[in-house]
Design a protein around this ligand. Structure first.
Ligand SMILES: Cc1cc2nc3c(=O)[nH]c(=O)nc-3n(C[C@H](O)[C@H](O)[C@H](O)COP(=O)(O)OP(=O)(O)OC[C@H]3O[C@@H](n4cnc5c(N)ncnc54)[C@H](O)[C@@H]3O)c2cc1C
Ligand SMILES: Cc1cc2nc3c(=O)[nH]c(=O)nc-3n(C[C@H](O)[C@H](O)[C@H](O)COP(=O)(O)O)c2cc1C
Length: 769
């Protein structure tokens, strides 16, 4: 079998080593355009996990690497004049030059033929000369370009500018510097990779880069600029350069990773932003997985007609693994693109936000890595939170580690005892808008279960505003009394606060219950007339709504005000105006559902007019906190833009909103949401940082560690947990139990921890043996 590797980078060399070990009869030719000792850049990083994989696969390479690497455990973050250190990260740095030398020597020793200074310019003939071509020719892969119609690459350029420099300063931790000058904010990613040598990557926004004149500076001039800017940090050490040109990071993905007899590997097929330091690791892992594919299919060296089968198997296994890492890398890249926004945070929160940016490391992971770091952060966070809420730390918690989720949060004069809320969820168990016994059990048990705040389901302000015939309302005195009963129960038996979500379903009214067909129109004989911003049906087969005229608007506003008053009478601590999910008020905000040509359509200011009008009327009624739920994006082309969102958020803030609840989508039936863990949190974070108003977030939050991470990084102030609390009404209590926080149960249940009965050890599955 004859194999050609185009490119002698880490990917191609490591594959050659592994393949030659597994199939010594194979002939492997590596073509590398550079001489053996020439390479760009400085150091590369491996994690403990990548190293142990190399140790298993090729002990000799591992031993050579480990004799040369610099190992460190800590991350130092220098920001706002402070240094925040967190430990337990376990990484090693190695010179790229040394790594290549080790791999080159090992490959040659195993009988791999490496032809240096040989640039391959045409590839077709290789396919006839070789049984397999490994296209590992790096980020600018000419092979990928030549066969682009088959590989189908997608390349997205990053927004920041960066250059890969070095320094003689020997860092003793992976070090981040964040420093501002007249041009803007500079980020440095630095780590030692051998005695007296460190990588020093400098990154900044395009604006700062231009303002500093970097587009005009030579390599030496750039280096001099940074020696000056970081003079204090470098302590007399020099900046080094090695083809240190300024670049934008290209995110590379390919739909197809292989074509007959040829496969892309390493940077040629995918990239991951350098802030997660994994490009070399990924290339080396690609090589391992490609070899695994040969072994898994029990490939024999003479079975040349099975090569394509192996390549297909390789893509099937490897592509999803890489895509998952790329997703984290993209999130990390975005953090570095938006660093100016995070720079407003205090040093502790900034550092925590940086450490948890890609969602791969959470509050709990950090506690495992470095308990003291988290204990200190928890302590500071709790101290500030209790202080600003104006409540003392409970006596029983005074010597305890209090995770961020169990700190109070004050909105206006309302103190919410912790950071978890039951997210609004329609129950479809009302009749003519009137609650049933179901609701007392549903809301009551989640309040006893430990939530700080209980949001009601969307509660209609008039009968036509109900989503379904089973939806709750607050448009009669009887409705008010039913809600009052729920409030009495919750306030008497728990410390939870309550928030009434007021809404009108607009063009999404008069539909079936969720389990009978969500958003599907009722049969004609059961349905009622619809209204919306414009006369556009939700589905083509849905009823066409009437576009509201000014008289209708005045009536609906009066219904909102009357309902809000009933909510206050019923004892709610807080109100929320539902301006999300394509319902009536949201239908005004989105350009997809508002095609009006009057004062209520067109510009975002006009689209805001009616929802804001309703808000102002409610605000005039009461001093209790009011939240507004928004769909931050429509997940659809030509839908609400980020600029629109910020205008809307600022307008509600100025009108006296106390909290913004950032949800997304459900505006149109054809939207394409991007789901994933905490998928809506970036919107809460954006609004919180840009508008400077408290926010809450919901959406695929199902672990207490995510709640702790979100709250400590100040991504939002409250976490709303919906479906996880359908599964477990005591979700908050159980989270407290797992974190060894004593959350008071109501007296009838205190026997769980009773001192009068024999002590029992509990686990969440029941009594421990
Ligand atoms: C600023 C920056 C910082 C980085 N930091 C890290 C880090 O800390 N840790 C990390 O793991 N990774 C890091 N990387 C990424 C890392 O350098 C690459 O991901 C890794 O080298 C990919 O290996 P590869 O074998 O796929 O490609 P490469 O290492 O790029 O190798 C490709 C080789 O192919 C050769 N070649 C190309 N075309 C031809 C041709 N036609 N004929 C012959 N030869 C050819 C090239 O000369 C090159 O040697 C960083 C990258 C950048 C830009
Ligand atoms: C059954 C159900 C009913 C819902 N009803 C409402 C509602 O009345 N008002 C609202 O704003 N959101 C409603 N939502 C959305 C949730 O509040 C929440 O934002 C969403 O479920 C994402 O959170 P999760 O991933 O924790 O479930 C509902 C969600 C579910 C699952």
């Amino acid at each position: 079998m004859k194999i050609a590797c185009i490119g002698g980078g880490p990917g191609g060399l490591y594959f050659s080593i592994l393949f030659k070990k597994a199939y010594p009869e194979a002939q492997i030719d590596v073509f590398e355009r550079n001489p053996p000792h020439e390479t760009f850049g400085f150091g590369v990083v491996f994690s403990d996990a990548s190293l142990s994989r190399i140790a298993q696969e090729d002990l000799s390479t591992y031993q050579e690497i480990s004799a040369k690497f610099s190992y460190w455990d800590d991350i130092d973050i220098f920001v706002h004049g402070e240094c925040i250190r967190s430990g337990g990260h376990g990484f090693c740095g190695l010179s790229r030059h040394t790594l290549l030398q080790i791999l080159q020597n090992r490959a040659s020793a195993l009988g791999v033929h490496i032809e240096y200074q040989t640039e391959i310019k045409s590839f077709d003939h290789l396919l006839s000369q070789y049984d397999l071509v490994i296209a590992c020719d790096g980020v600018h892969s000419a092979i990928r370009q030549q066969y682009a119609d088959q590989f189908k690459p997608k390349i997205k350029m990053g927004k920041t500018r960066f250059t890969w420099m070095g320094t003689t300063k020997p860092f003793d931790a992976f070090t981040f510097y964040f420093k501002e000058n007249e041009a803007g904010l500079w980020r440095v990613h630095a780590y030692r990779y051998e005695e007296g040598k460190s990588t020093f990557i400098i990154e900044t926004s395009n604006e700062a880069w231009l303002k500093a004149g970097m587009d005009q500076k030579s390599e030496a001039e750039s280096a001099a600029y940074f020696e000056n800017l970081f003079a204090q940090e470098l302590e007399g050490h020099r900046i080094l350069t090695n083809k240190s040109i300024w670049r934008q990071f290209p995110l590379i993905k390919n739909e197809n990773w292989w074509i007959p007899k040829m496969v892309l590997l390493g940077d040629a097929v995918h990239t991951a932003h350098f802030s997660i330091g994994s490009g070399t690791k990924l290339a080396v892992e690609d090589a391992s997985v490609l070899l695994e594919a040969f072994k898994a299919l029990n490939f024999q060296i003479h079975e040349l007609d099975r090569v394509n089968e192996v390549l297909a198997y390789y893509q099937k296994i490897r592509k999803p693994q890489v895509e998952s890492l790329q997703k984290s890398a993209e999130t990390s890249q975005k953090w570095f693109e938006d660093t100016e926004k995070y720079f407003k945070l205090p040093a502790d929160n900034f550092a925590f936000s940086l450490l948890t940016r890609s969602l791969r490391i959470s509050h709990s992971n950090l506690k495992l890595r470095d308990q003291n770091y988290i204990l200190k952060n928890n302590q500071n966070f709790a101290k500030q939170a209790f202080q600003s809420a104006g409540v003392p730390i409970p006596k029983k918690w005074q010597n305890q580690d209090i995770p961020p989720m169990f700190t109070p949060f004050k909105i206006r004069n309302l103190v919410i005892p912790n950071r978890v809320a039951l997210s609004p969820m329609c129950q479809y168990q009302a009749k003519d808008g009137l609650l049933s016994d179901w609701h007392i059990v549903h809301y009551g048990s989640r309040a006893i279960g430990g939530n700080g705040l209980i949001f009601t389901e969307m509660t209609a302000v008039n009968a036509e505003g109900r989503i379904t015939p089973g939806c709750a309302g607050i448009y009669t005195e009887a409705h008010q009394d039913a809600w009052a009963r729920i409030n009495r129960f919750i306030h008497e038996h728990s410390s939870a606060k309550t928030c009434l979500q007021l809404g009108h379903a607009g063009r999404k009214a008069s539909t079936k219950k969720m389990w009978e067909g969500i958003d599907q129109p009722l049969a004609e004989n059961e349905s009622w007339p619809l209204v919306s911003a414009s006369a556009i049906p939700y589905y083509p087969h849905s009823q066409v709504p009437k576009a509201l005229d000014e008289t209708d608007m005045a009536q609906i506003k009066a219904d909102f005000v009357a309902s809000a008053q009933r909510g206050i009478n019923a004892g709610f601590d807080m109100l929320e105006l539902h301006c999300a999910h394509g319902y009536l008020l949201a239908s005004f905000l989105s350009p997809l559902t508002n095609l009006r040509t009057d004062l209520y359509g067109g510009s975002v200011e006009n689209r805001l007019r009616f929802p804001l009008d309703v808000f102002n009327a409610i605000r005039a009624l009461t001093d209790i906190p009011i939240s507004v739920r928004l769909s931050a994006t429509d997940w659809a082309e030509n839908g609400l833009s980020t600029d629109d969102l910020l205008v809307i958020a600022k307008a509600f803030k100025e009108a006296g909103a106390d909290l913004l609840n950032l949800s997304t989508g459900q505006t149109t039936a054809t939207a394409k949401p991007e789901y994933g863990r905490l998928y809506q949190t970036p919107f809460a974070e954006l609004v919180k940082l840009e508008v400077n108003l408290p926010t809450c977030t919901a959406g695929m939050i199902s672990s207490y560690e995510d709640v702790n991470s979100v709250i400590m990084a100040k991504r939002a102030d409250l976490c709303l947990v919906a479906r996880a609390q359908l599964f477990d009404p005591y979700w908050v209590f159980h989270s407290a139990f797992e974190q060894e926080i004593d959350l008071a149960l109501p007296p009838p249940y205190c026997a769980v921890q009773s001192p009068y009965l024999p002590k029992m050890e509990w686990s969440l599955r029941g009594m421990k043996k």
